[in-house]
Design a protein around this ligand. Sequence first.
Ligand SMILES: N[C@@H](CCC(=O)N[C@@H](CS)C(=O)NCC(=O)O)C(=O)O
Length: 473
Amino acid sequence: MTNSILFIIQLCYTSLVYLASTNTVAFQASGSTNRKFRSESFFRYDQNNHLSKLQAAIPTWQEIQEALPNVSVDPTATIIDAALPEHQNTPPPYSSDRPTLFRERHGWCPYSERVWLALEHKGILYDTIRIDNTGPGRKPKYFSGQTPQMRWPDGSIQGDSMDLVENLESPNSPSLYPSFQADCIDSSISQFMSIFPSGLRPSSRAAFLFSWNGEPLFKHDFEKTLKRTNELLEDNGSGPFFCGSDMTAADVAWAPFLERYAAQLPCFYESLNPKDPDLYPQLAQWYQAMETTIPAYRCRVMGDESSWRKGLMMAGYGNAGNVPSLIKNRMDKKEMDLGEEIRQSMDLGHSSQLDLDLWKEYSKNRPWLASTPAKEAASVIWKNKDYIVKDVQKFIKAPFNRTALPNGPALDIALRELVSLLLTAGTFQDMENISHNTVVIAAFLDERMCVPRDMGAPCAFTIKRIAKIFDFK
Ligand SMILES: N[C@@H](CCC(=O)N[C@@H](CS)C(=O)NCC(=O)O)C(=O)O
């Protein structure tokens, strides 16, 4: 059994602008006065390396493991990152009783997302091999062609996302091709290619955005696509999904692309918002339905807006250039607005009721998952603590890093304190005495995390929330 290695020890985000620049941490809540959130004496322990008192107060990794029974449950399915040296040359032993999905490794490839969503929604047990297809020579020796592909239990290999989604149909799982919607589903899937812009530079992390010259499309081209998508939804019926009141293969085909557009288009142009209920009412209703009623989508497969924005800066913007400052400013503003929104509701606990409800549904038949998104975030940190430590160490040496990252015992304490906070109810009272290093580590993870690669959006949000409630000054 090979564990999923989620925190990839490779530079994921080329541009890391760290939040902290000084050691003073102030609590910033709108409508309230600034308030230091931790005592000076607590702070001095950190700085002078007198860590024993802290060590005693914070649970050990063993105690944390005991508080998370799910981490000891074997998930049966295997997830392998084929970019790791040990998996480059030799394929892992394939299962003969469940399918193996080859999908793009970061969760960027929208076509891979289609198949991943179908598998997760149907609750099928499957193995995963994650493929780096970002450049020549990076794919493992035993894989060629495009992602996604499926190796079926009989040994046959098949590609093309929608063929795979269709082949997953079985009487044992919820159907994505109900026969009474067959015409609507076929026509909605085929219209995707005529409604989305054509002749663009292919890119996993920036799909249907850039022309071959590296420039984004004009605003009116994007608007035309959104308008026609809205019309298609309207012509199809009352929704909220493409073909009626339930998610079908039509939604699976469109969702990954519309999801990226919702986060990325508002960064390119002012007032270009696919979720605008006045301009695109049916589309806004579709987003709402996907994000609030499909547990597997919201809890595991959907990326978060921060990650899609960061994706635009990776490996260069457009044709490997820098992000224009106007666009970078819009991205920063969106992130700051999100922080403000989080601080407005800081007393409510780690997750919204919606996230708790959908997580409950999603984790119901998956005993290897924790019972809440915050506990699942804690579990992912627990499983990957050694990788996280190595990742932090890379940035300790990096010259562009403008904040002091904890290292050694201080880092260990900060990680354990973060995990133990994730195990509480998550109200502000729980976090009042949070230490500076713990906020730094929450901010570091928030910056480094790629959703859905590392964890589902509701889980990642619980870490982001801690990072954003306590802002650096
Ligand atoms: N029509 C295919 C398209 C798949 C596709 O374009 N995959 C891209 C990643 S998003 C890919 O593998 N690109 C790398 C390559 O072509 O080598 C499908 O629906 O599965």
